[in-house]
Design a protein around this ligand. Sequence first.
Ligand code: CP
Ligand code: NVA
Length: 318
Amino acid sequence: MAPIPPKRDLCTLFDLVPAELWRLVEDGRRFKRERGFPHTDKPLAGKTLAMVFEKASTRTRVSFEVAAFELGGHALNLTSQGSQLARGEPVRDTARVLSGYCHGIMVRTFGQDRVEEMAAHARVPVINGLSDKFHPCQILADLMTAADRFGVKEPAAMRGLKVAWIGDGNNVAHSWIAASALLGMEIALACPAGHLPAEDVLARARALAHGGRVTVTADPAEAARGAAVVNTDVWASMGQEDEAEARARVFAPYQVNEALVRLARPDAVVLHCLPAHRGEEITDAVMEGPRSAVWEQAENRLHVQKAVLAWLMGAPHA
Ligand code: CP
Ligand code: NVA
């Protein structure tokens, strides 16, 4: 009998090899096609996902809960305020206790170290539902959206797509850098000084031998020119609310508007992980315009979340 493999976690996309990343995208597409037909296999039957939220969420919360339900399982919601976390119970203790009740843990928190501490001490798979550093599940949905829009069948075809990231070199940008490197894509980031992607993330991406190219510029036009995917996010992420005014001044030239989108490929798709601040990082006209894929992108969170849950929680692990 083959040995049972050890548990896996999804703390960052750097945890995956390219074939695993692409398989999650493909499984997400399959779950999307099959939705509406009752899933015949219920990989989460009798299993419970604990969802730990130390920050707000709409999409991540709802898509994980619906995904777990439709796969035959259950998801429970634990907020920091409603649990002992806000009163100082250590993450490592929470991880061990939840492992005794649940079959997987999704955590949305501040420091990436909290996600990794959860993973190190949990006996069940841990999924990063967003930290200050990474947002891996979001980029699975983004890749699926781009692949669908461009009719990509093989991961090799992703290599031909240039991705432009306009704005803050933040958690979502970091996960896009990881994904691009794994799939050998070209990503051009336009970020103002002081808000560049983290050096360690750039170095890790450049060290991957998959032929991806990551460039950082201060010029949004340079990044957007010829791009197949134009991507942005809020200028002040959760936890940076106090900096919002100062950031609005620095980021003003980094708006995704119709003039910028015209520099991209005529068939380019515009992505935004949402929630969006119309009139700041993206205009209403672009959000609602023909190049926008943001609603499809948001829906795809459900389908890729199923892929992640089925992969990590569907099979037994040691
Ligand atoms: N994109 C995203 O993660 O949305 P929520 O913050 O609503 O979960
Ligand atoms: N960068 C944003 C993404 C929200 C989904 C944040 O961290 O608040």
